[in-house]
Design a protein around this ligand. Structure first.
Ligand SMILES: C[S@@+](CC[C@H](N)C(=O)[O-])C[C@H]1O[C@@H](n2cnc3c(N)ncnc32)[C@H](O)[C@@H]1O
Length: 278
């Protein structure tokens, strides 16, 4: 078990390095994360580990231990339906490059779902030459590495693909090295060449891509880890990267908060920018 002081040091570090706010009801979770941290750092003395982090060492390991990376392919599928059936037509009308930003991409299932949706839409609407790109960022280097490798377990994910997606079009398959009857699937190059993975902390003072003018921004199931004040600050910074008329997708229990006067709601947690922030 950990002392109240050790838990508090972990809370302070989590906020400092990621903005993640861990309430008083999260002691068990913090304890589990500290167990993982000790294993990953390879040191059993938690005070020594916390001191090292306070002095600037093992920061990436600490961040990886404290982030929650739960995700899956086509999570909240209605957002991908909207991307294919409404937003894609804007891409056709607009011409030029269509730019999408996925701001908490975790192990890659969400950005690859976006890419599969765009590829499927290109086929459905006979627009093979449509030009689009995706920037995917996360704070956690471990998940970014997993995402760039693009390798997943088939049995774990098979149920997540909607009827209108044929995984064989987008993944190569090979037998699982240690589980009979299972496969590993790897994203094909036709898909992976469309995405750039970068590390980015949503709490950063300014965003390096703020003049990008994204057509679509995904920010799903990450705001919930921040305080309301920080959620507002992040939403405003993200909003400035979105072009007028662009679409913002939020997670199922997230809301646009102070952005409300500047957006129009198009469906479940789908918001279109109708006004610039002052
Ligand atoms: C629960 S996952 C959600 C993944 C995906 N967006 C989805 O909806 O399935 C939350 C992700 O947010 C990332 N994250 C947490 N704090 C962050 C921060 N300050 N900046 C950027 N990403 C952060 C975590 O590393 C994690 O991969």
């Amino acid at each position: 078990m950990y002392t109240a002081q050790q838990l508090e040091r972990a809370r302070t570090l989590a906020y400092k390095h990621s903005g993640i706010t861990l309430g008083a009801n999260k002691d068990v979770m913090i304890a589990n994360r500290l167990d993982k941290l000790k294993r990953d750092v390879g040191h059993d003395d938690i005070d020594a580990v916390l001191s090292a982090i306070e002095h600037g060492r093992h920061i990436e390991t600490f961040i990886s231990s404290f982030t929650t990376n739960k995700t899956n392919f086509f999570r909240e599928e209605f957002h991908f339906d909207d991307l294919k059936n409404r937003v894609f037509h804007e891409a056709i009308e607009k011409g030029g490059e269509f730019k999408i930003y996925c701001s908490a991409s975790s192990t890659g299932e969400e950005p690859y779902s976006i890419l599969m949706t765009m590829e499927q839409a290109k086929e459905e609407y006979s627009r093979p030459m449509l030009n689009y790109s995706l920037l995917a960022t996360d704070i956690d280097l471990d998940v970014l590495k997993h995402a760039s490798n693009g390798v997943y377990e088939w049995n774990k994910n098979a149920e997540d693909f909607p009827d209108w997606i044929k995984p064989a079009n987008y993944f190569k398959r090979r037998p699982h090295p240690s589980r009979d009857g299972d496969y590993l699937i790897k994203v094909k190059e036709t898909l992976s060449r469309r995405v750039r993975f970068n590390q980015h902390n949503l709490m950063a003072e300014s965003y390096p891509f703020k003049n990008e003018g994204f057509d679509v921004v995904f920010c799903r199931n990450v705001l919930i880890y921040f305080s309301q004040a920080d959620q507002n600050a992040i939403l405003k910074k993200l909003f400035r990267t979105l072009r007028m008329g662009g679409t913002l997708y939020l997670g199922h229990s997230e809301s646009p908060l102070e952005l409300s006067p500047y957006v129009e709601r198009y469906g479940q947690n789908i918001f279109v920018k109708v006004k610039e922030l002052p």
